[in-house]
Design a protein around this ligand. Structure first.
Ligand code: ZN
Ligand code: ZN
Length: 396
């Protein structure tokens, strides 16, 4: 008996806010939201609505391998009421959007992300860790790198937990059914329904944040739903998956198709002909110089004095030539400066990639690394693992 009460309580709290899909009208509204039946049942259509409801249901049944009855039968109703992503299944169905889909990727390689709010069920620290891991599940296969910035900082990808109507035209529906949604590049908004019972645990209960975050970040990076492969993390319905199955092969290939693979980047080494800005991880200032051969950091202003041409050497090091002055980055034990190219070891830099996608730049002659501070000074120092010694390479 107590078990029955517990179950009943669970059922009531879980569904108290959400009206299940029961009627053809409910189904039509919901299927239209999900991208089915798009041009069938509007004011200009000559088809009666009942007919288009049937064709919408049939389209949905076909997509998910259900018996194509065109009726709101038991199995169709069951699937419609299951928890899933709120993104449309055919977001790029129209001609115009198809074009958008082809260009649906981030042009920059370094993406900043921020967590603006969280669920009451998972701590902020854990949420940050989960989102970081979910992001890396994708980016580690590509040349993309990610960086979390402060809560109020500007970012490319913005994560929020929101309740009900949160002013983006796609209100959440309370516990159950719609769990989250995300916008395609280069929008970057990722929203989780705050009224879900989110969990960090992989015990098959409640809604696992990591799995949904991987899915939504997939959208934020440009991937559509994959309705035909239940093994894909981009399958629209929530399904429990072991963490070690992330990222499934099919999704790995999809993200590589858009951004290329990390291996390709290494072997082709685009740095050999690259012009880039070097942005410090701690200060966000970029490496700058002037015609007096001074080297320092400054806020990014787009001038050629802040652009560096990467010239790859046979030993794997690089010479960095300033795009405005044509002097190259040089140093001794104490100072950074630029100088005419002389081919010496003091002008050669080895780039050590860090887990966050940034680089530590070590001088070949002194073994000191390029360091900086908040006052805008740039200088060589022994490596200490600090963020002031980490530089993001932003190709132009
Ligand atoms: Zn989705
Ligand atoms: Zn939203």
């Amino acid at each position: 008996m107590p078990m029955v009460i517990v179950l009943l309580f669970f059922f009531i709290t879980k569904n108290v806010l959400l009206k299940p899909i029961e009627t053809n009208k409910d189904a039509l509204t919901y299927l239209t939201q999900l991208g089915y039946n798009q041009n069938q049942c509007n004011s200009t259509s000559k088809l009666p609505c009942s007919l288009s409801t049937s064709s919408g249901i049939r389209e949905y049944q076909k997509a998910f391998g259900l018996k194509e009855t065109g009726q709101l039968d038991k199995s169709t109703k069951e699937l419609l009421n299951k928890p899933r992503c709120g993104n449309s299944d055919t977001p790029h169905a129209s001609k115009l959007s198809k074009l958008a889909s082809m260009n649906s990727k981030w042009k920059k390689k370094h993406l900043k992300w921020v967590l603006r709010s969280r669920s009451s069920h998972i701590s902020e620290e854990q949420t940050i860790q989960i989102i970081h891991e979910a992001f890396e599940a994708w980016t580690k296969h590509t040349p993309l790198s990610i960086e979390r910035v402060c809560t109020n900082c500007e970012a490319d990808v913005v994560f929020d937990f929101a309740d009900g109507d949160h002013h983006d035209g796609a209100p959440f529906d309370g516990p159950g059914r719609t769990l989250a949604h995300a916008f395609f590049p280069e929008d970057g908004r990722v929203h989780f329904d705050a009224s879900e019972k989110w969990t960090e645990k992989f015990d098959g209960h409640d809604t696992n944040l990591f799995l949904i975050a991987v899915h939504e970040i997939g959208h934020a990076l440009g991937l559509d739903h994959n309705r035909h492969d239940k093994n894909s993390i981009m399958y629209p319905y929530y399904q429990f998956m072991d963490k070690h199955r992330i990222l499934p092969d099919t999704d790995r290939q999809s993200i590589i198709d858009i951004y290329g693979s990390r291996e390709t980047r290494k072997s082709l080494d685009p740095y050999s002909k690259m012009i880039a800005v070097l942005r410090n991880k701690a200060t966000h200032k970029v490496l700058d110089s002037n015609s007096n051969k001074d080297v320092y950091t400054l806020d990014h202003n787009g001038s050629n004095y802040q652009k560096w041409v990467f010239i790859q050497q046979d030993d794997g090091t690089y010479i960095l030539k300033n795009a405005a002055t044509s002097f190259v980055l040089d140093s001794n034990n104490e100072h950074m400066y630029t100088h005419v190219l002389n081919g010496g070891h003091f002008q050669k830099w080895r780039f050590h990639r860090q887990n966050d996608g940034s680089y530590v730049m070590k001088n070949l002659a002194t073994s000191r690394v390029l360091d900086s501070n908040g006052a805008g000074n740039a200088y060589p120092l022994d490596s200490n693992g600090g963020d002031y010694q980490k530089w993001f390479i932003e190709a132009i």
